[in-house]
Design a binder for this molecule. Structure first.
Ligand code: CP
Ligand code: NVA
Length: 309
């Protein structure tokens, strides 16, 4: 069964095939070429956290592919009242053709895949955000014409975005340099993963060191969904230093891109000036969620391996 549980599970070839398909689907959508590849299929979308881009891209994407998206809020599902995910997986597998889930624990997504018999797509957990990173890689390739050899820099929290970006960058032959405050490094598992790539993977404290010679600068919120109660403590650790601003952009390569998964907090992780100067890249990135997520749906739901399982 082909799932997208985390980007580590996908090879360079699988990521490249998905980016190529995303480009093709973007072209077809923009030229009015019908591509109802998932006609008659249903996608269940479970949301245990808020969402604008993920929900709309999957819902619209599934519709454009000729399928049916079913929005399932954890407030309404029995999962919200304690029904085990193992049972939910086995029930939903008998009704629908795939599940996209946004939740807290990565283990919940892994359990859905273990107990269900349909493709499971991770729409964000505390650990990772693979769907976003496929759209990010698509956007970088669109603007720069390549991925291999480029330097990506991440400024901020060692969070779900950093984790997936680091894996995506390594898989696609980029180098990756992140600046995180002390106490906010990515998890040990990601540090271990990065070690095998030597100089191509680096975590430092100084944002200017991380950004030096970067071709792509990426940032994300200081406090993610579920960390609202840590907001003040995090502000104290990040404020004034872990920000994408003109001083930081001055040490990057010419034509350096700026990306942000959104939602953005102007004046915190990024200044309004840098955000607006790179708004064309950031909103193309947001649009590419649609095309990349359609490619993920097709790759997972029409994979030949699924018939054998
Ligand atoms: N970037 C992203 O995943 O946005 P949403 O939280 O709006 O889905
Ligand atoms: N790190 C952020 C990403 C939002 C798309 C969060 O988890 O809230």
């Amino acid at each position: 069964m082909k799932h997208l549980l985390k980007l580590e599970d996908w090879s360079t070839e699988e990521i490249t095939a998905t980016l190529n398909l995303a480009d093709q689907l973007k072209y077809e959508q923009k030229h009015g070429i019908e591509h109802k590849l998932l006609k008659g299929k249903t996608l269940g979308m479970i949301f245990e956290k808020s969402s604008t881009r993920t929900r709309v891209s999957f819902e619209v994407g599934m519709t454009q592919l000729g399928g049916y998206p079913l929005f399932l809020s954890s407030n309404d599902l029995q999962i919200g009242r304690g029904e085990p995910v193992e049972d939910t997986a086995r029930v939903l597998s008998r009704f629908i053709d795939a599940i996209m889930i946004r939740t807290f624990a990565q283990s919940e997504v892994e359990s859905l895949a273990e107990y269900g018999s349909i493709p499971i797509i991770n729409g964000l957990t505390d650990y990772c955000h693979p769907c976003q990173v496929l759209a990010d890689l698509m956007t970088i390739r669109e603007f720069k014409g390549k991925l291999e050899g480029l330097k990506m820099c991440f400024i901020g929290d060692g969070n779900n975005m950093l984790n997936s970006l680091a894996v995506g960058a390594m898989r696609m032959g980029m180098s990756f340099s992140a600046a995180c405050p002390e106490g906010y490094d990515p998890p040990e598992h990601i540090l271990e993963f990065g070690k095998q790539f030597g100089d191509r993977f680096q975590i430092v404290r100084d944002p200017l060191e991380a950004a030096k010679g970067a071709d792509v600068v990426y940032t994300d919120v200081w406090a993610s969904m579920g960390q609202e109660q840590e907001k003040q403590e995090r502000e104290a650790a990040f404020a004034g230093v872990y920000q994408v601003n003109d001083e930081l952009m001055a040490v990057t390569n010419d034509e350096c891109m700026v990306l942000h998964c959104l939602p953005a907090h102007r004046g915190e992780e990024i200044t309004a000036e840098v955000f607006e100067a790179h708004a064309n890249e950031i909103f193309e990135e947001a649009e590419n969620r649609l095309h990349a997520q359609k490619a993920v749906l097709v790759e997972c739901m029409l994979d030949k391996k699924n018939d054998a399982d």
